[in-house]
Design a protein around this ligand. Sequence first.
Ligand code: CA
Length: 230
Amino acid sequence: MAQAILIVEDEEKIARFIELELLHEGYQVEKSQDGREGLDKAQSGQFDLMLLDVMLPGLNGFEVLRRLRRDSNLPVIMLTAKDTVMDKVAGLDGGADDYMTKPFAIEELLARIRLALKKSSASDNTGKDSVLRCGALTLDTLKYEARYDGRLVELKHREFELLRVLMENKNIVVSRDILLQKVCGYDYMGETNVIDVYVRYVRAKLDDVYQVKVIQTVRGVGYVIKDSEA
Ligand code: CA
């Protein structure tokens, strides 16, 4: 699906010029000439990026940005007519992702748009990847929470790490050695069967409670978590 870009710029000629270039590049484009209207549109959640002029009727660009940032991470590139350090500092401090000084080369603007979109989709993905799932089991690696069927499972640090490694390698058998390195660290000097002990702890908190078999033993090799057939 085409990415949508909002242009908030009161100079019609500039706005039209950018719009044509963006359409040519395959983006969806919408324009606004007024700061207040631009803010409303930006808050609608329909856009992937906003180009925002500083000197605008209604609300100026810095004020639009300030209000937008209360509840939105929408990538914003400021368009400023004045090449003053103050403007740049104010724009970036206010949460702009980038800024362009007018007049600018369109190629440079397009490159910065691509970069800002790439950064924002990368951070979106990080957000999604922070939750690992396997059947009814979910592991939120940012909140450090494990849940089975939505119910919280209290795990100690190494028990959580054990599940994390197994879930990151879902359907792949992970050897005891690898588990030991990842769960206990490379310099771990204790008993190698410590992994079996953690597996036992996790089973006591998961399998025994929910009558399931989350971690499978592969004799002589290690352990695996498989997608449940159910
Ligand atoms: Ca302007």
